[in-house]
Design a protein around this ligand. Sequence first.
Ligand code: UDP
Ligand code: MG
Length: 308
Amino acid sequence: MPTDDQLSIIIPSCNEQDNIQKTFQVIYKLLTQNKIPFEIIFVDDGSKDATYQRIQELSLHYRQVKGISFSRNFGKEAAIFAGLESACGSCCLIMDCDLQHPAEVIPDMYRLWKEGYEVVEGVKTSRGKENPVHTLCARGFYHIISSVTNIDMSRASDFKLLDRKAVDALLLMPERAPFFRALSSWVGFRTVSLPFEVQERTAGSSKWSVWSLTKYAIRNITSFSGAPMQLVSLLGWIMFLASVILGIQSLYRYFTGTALEGFTTVILLQLIIGSVLMISLGIIGHYISRIYDEIKARPRYIISKRCG
Ligand code: UDP
Ligand code: MG
């Protein structure tokens, strides 16, 4: 049962042994000073280091700390949903374990929730320090995802406070591969944005590689939109138009006796058509594999241990 006024803080953690203690201390001090009743749920997403031991140690000393440990790495979204499912608070806040989401903003988010806002979105004033290629790719991804979801995602983050109503709405969604950042806006409710400055990572390194970010982008675009499949039809129509024009020209040349041997043209056409067909099949195949994943209805995550 949700506890009145209690804030549940959900922290997905993957190989964050050096951050657990520090992050907890910062939050504990801040929320105790501000007299905000809270619990902290650390979700250990299949860490290979001592992350879970650190969580366990904290949970032995502080009744506010709960820990969940996955049987393997299931990804940040799964960790967020596991935390939401275990949360008892009337509102839930999601933040990173590396303090890149500044804890000082939490009392302001909580105050806005008390004023009646049901979703308090942390929006980035800047993207923090990262390499220019990463920034460029992120911009491209957010441009596409904003246009398919009709939600401005350019400065969106996972740093959000959600009222119990919004949490329950999210938990009702049976999707196997949820995109938390967009779904939490998609559910609606009375929303307000709160700008925050992305901080430097306190310890450890980011878990994202170019490959994992690319997979993340494709998965989230296709989980929100069928537009890439319409692209297949568009490609088909473009090819059809080109074939009509080329067909008329070829026939004209044939009947006027000026037809060239055209071997290069034939090879080029074969290659272009072949690639367009394969890309199209790939796009359709991707959606079929998504349907396949959903239909199997495997759990989003498997919990191996709990504490607190
Ligand atoms: N994280 C997770 N599972 C993963 C990858 C990351 O739970 O598979 C957590 C990580 O411990 C951190 C948060 O998600 O608390 C953000 O990860 P990271 O700092 O690596 O991402 P970035 O800040 O670079 O976007
Ligand atoms: Mg980080």
